[in-house]
Design a protein around this ligand. Structure first.
Ligand code: CP
Length: 324
């Protein structure tokens, strides 16, 4: 793996999930990251991604540097040919090149503005780092995807599934703010690569990008979708059609105990942070059905598997260079 910008960077998904599961056992001493540095830049807040990826790097023997971009560093200009007379003091060309002097892997979190679909889909921040950095780049959640979360979710489902082909439902839920589509996008892409019966439930107006959901069934009746589900992944997202808009706060979509009874005693997932009694009712989150803590715990091993593959690729490329 050269970079981990989106799920298409994965060469062998099953092998990566197995690797993450093996790393979780924690019985191997890993030194592959010794003398290597992971630099993480956060343009937005984080709890899980920041700490689990830092832990993952350290478990591999890496040094880890973290910076809150924007508040701690210079404001970055991403436009080619810009006359830099605004508040943006540094161009991404220098910033990414300089970070590559200090880091062996650069990881970046940059959320969308949710104002201009075309601009968000261009993934300017992530793609600029990829373009101007001379080291691998990892996506810590971007405008349109959260591939580290999706790998975590795949690991969690593979650990907990009790049948060969479980029914997995991704359900929209109400939220006071308009949120990105990154998590549901990457989860949907991931589910299409696993042996699961996958269904999305959302109110009308909330269908995800058709290029991502492809032929995945979308059901606008949540109760119908939940029937016999083995896994229910609750998540809010803003409208794709009316881009970035919050169209509804329909509380009947909150996952309650009664709704959970429609399922096959489903495991309940959420990427966190979760708004209690908006997305999922207390009685569900506090029940044995909820696997959100195990899921969050798995963030470390998904990140560790990805960083390990990238470091291994770097070793391979260096060896090839020496032997050439
Ligand atoms: N799930 C997730 O990405 O959590 P954080 O926003 O806290 O990193």
């Amino acid at each position: 793996m050269k970079n981990y910008i989106n799920l298409s960077d994965i060469t062998d998904l099953q092998a990566l999930i197995t690797e993450a599961a093996e790393l979780k056992k924690g019985d191997s001493t890993l030194e592959i990251g010794k003398g290597k540095t992971l630099g993480m830049l956060f343009f937005n807040p984080s709890l899980r991604t920041r700490l689990s990826t830092e832990k993952a790097g350290k478990l591999l023997g890496m040094d880890v540097m973290v910076m809150n971009a924007g508040s701690d560093s210079w404001k970055l200009e991403f436009e080619d040919g810009a006359v830099m007379d605004s508040d943006k003091a540094e161009h991404i060309k220098e910033a990414a090149a300089v970070l590559s002097q200090y880091c062996d892997i650069i990881a970046v979190r940059a959320f969308p503005d949710l104002k201009d679909r075309e601009k968000d889909e261009a993934e300017i921040v992530l793609n600029s780092f990829k373009k101007y950095a001379s080291v691998p780049v990892v996506n810590l959640e971007s405008a349109t995807g959260h591939p580290l979360q999706a790998l975590t979710d795949a690991l969690t489902i593979s650990e907990l599934k009790q049948k060969e082909r479980p029914k997995v439902v991704l359900s929209w839920a109400p939220h006071p703010k308009a949120l990105p589509q990154s998590v549901p996008n990457s989860f949907t892409e991931m589910m299409q690569n696993l042996d699961v019966d996958y269904v999305i439930a959302n109110p009308k107006g909330y269908d995800l990008n058709p290029e991502i959901r492809k032929s995945v069934p979308v059901i606008h009746d949540q109760d119908e979708a939940l029937k016999d589900a083995d896994f229910v992944y609750m998540k809010n997202w803003s409208s794709y059609e009316n881009y970035g808009q919050k169209l509804s706060e329909d509380r009947s979509w909150t996952l309650s105990k009664e709704k959970l009874e429609l399922t096959n005693n489903a495991k309940v997932m959420h990427c966190l942070p979760v708004r209690r009694n908006m997305i999922i009712a207390d009685e569900v989150l506090d029940s044995d059905n909820s696997v959100v803590i195990q899921q969050a715990g798995n963030r470390t091993y998904a990140a560790q598997a990805v960083l390990k593959e990238i470091l291994e690729e770097k070793v391979k490329v260096t060896k090839l260079g020496k032997n050439a």
